[in-house]
Design a protein around this ligand. Structure first.
Ligand SMILES: CC(C)(COP(=O)(O)OP(=O)(O)OC[C@H]1O[C@@H](n2cnc3c(N)ncnc32)[C@H](O)[C@@H]1OP(=O)(O)O)[C@@H](O)C(=O)NCCC(=O)NCCS
Length: 172
C-alpha cells in the first residue's frame, strides 16, 4: 500500500492537527515537565531541539513503506496546544498495522484529553487501510492503560522493551 499522510481530525473538544515545524516552540512549553518521561524515558527538549526533532519526523520514515503520522492536540475552546498523538503505520499482509502513542502536558491532564484524542485517532485509522492498532504501555502506567482501554485496545501477553503490547482489530 502507499504511504499515509496525517489529516486534521476533529472530536467534540479537540482538533488534532498534523504536526508542523511552527508547533515546536509552544509544544516545548507544553512538554516541559520531566515527569512526562517517567515511563517512557528521556528528558524534555528545548524549543530548538524539538524543532530539529520535528523536522526529522516531518521528513518521514526512511523506509518508504512505513508512515510516520504525528498530530498536536489543540483544545479548541481555549485555544492552546495540550499534547500529541502519533501513529507509525507499517505493512502487514495486504494492509497495515498502526502503532499509536499519546502524551498530554501536565497542566491539562485528568480532563479526558488523551482519551478523546486516542479515540479520535483510532476512528480515523479505522477509515484507512489498517487492520490492527497496537500500543505499548508500561505495566505500572495506569493512566495510559486507561487511555488504551477507552480506545478499545486490550492487553496481550506480549512484551516489548519492558512494556505490554495492547491490541485492537479494526476493519476499514
Ligand atoms: C497517559 C497520559 C497521556 C494521560 O493523559 P490524560 O489526558 O490525563 O488522560 P485522561 O484524562 O484521558 O485520563 C485517562 C484515564 O487515566 C486516569 N488517570 C489519569 N491520571 C491518572 C493517574 N495519575 N493515575 C491513575 N489513573 C490516572 C483517568 O482517571 C482516566 O481513567 P478513566 O477513563 O477510567 O476515568 C498522560 O498521563 C501522559 O502524557 N503521560 C506521560 C506520557 C506517556 O507516558 N505517554 C504514554 C505513551 S503510550
Amino acid at each position: 500500500m502507499s504511504t499515509l499522510a496525517a489529516q486534521a481530525i476533529s472530536t467534540s473538544r479537540l482538533d488534532l492537527l498534523p504536526l508542523h515545524l511552527e508547533h515546536a516552540e509552544e509544544m516545548a512549553a507544553v512538554l516541559s515537565d520531566p515527569a512526562l518521561h517517567a515511563f517512557t524515558g528521556g528528558t524534555p527538549d528545548t524549543p530548538q531541539a524539538l524543532r530539529s526533532r520535528y523536522r526529522r519526523v516531518i521528513a518521514g520514515s526512511p523506509d518508504p513503506a512505513v508512515s510516520w503520522l504525528n498530530w498536536v492536540i489543540r483544545l479548541r475552546d481555549e485555544p492552546c496546544l495540550t499534547g500529541t498523538v502519533q501513529s507509525t503505520v507499517s505493512p502487514s499482509g495486504h494492509d497495515s498495522i498502526a502503532e499509536i502513542a499519546w502524551v498530554v502536558g501536565t497542566p491539562w491532564q485528568g480532563r479526558g484529553i488523551a482519551t478523546e484524542a486516542a479515540r479520535g485517532l483510532v476512528t480515523w485509522l479505522g477509515q484507512q487501510p489498517v487492520h490492527t492498532v497496537i500500543a505499548h504501555v508500561h505495566p505500572e502506567h495506569q493512566a495510559s492503560a486507561a487511555v488504551a482501554t477507552a480506545a478499545g485496545l486490550t492487553p496481550t501477553d506480549e512484551w516489548h522493551e519492558g512494556e505490554i503490547r495492547w491490541h485492537r482489530s479494526i476493519r476499514s
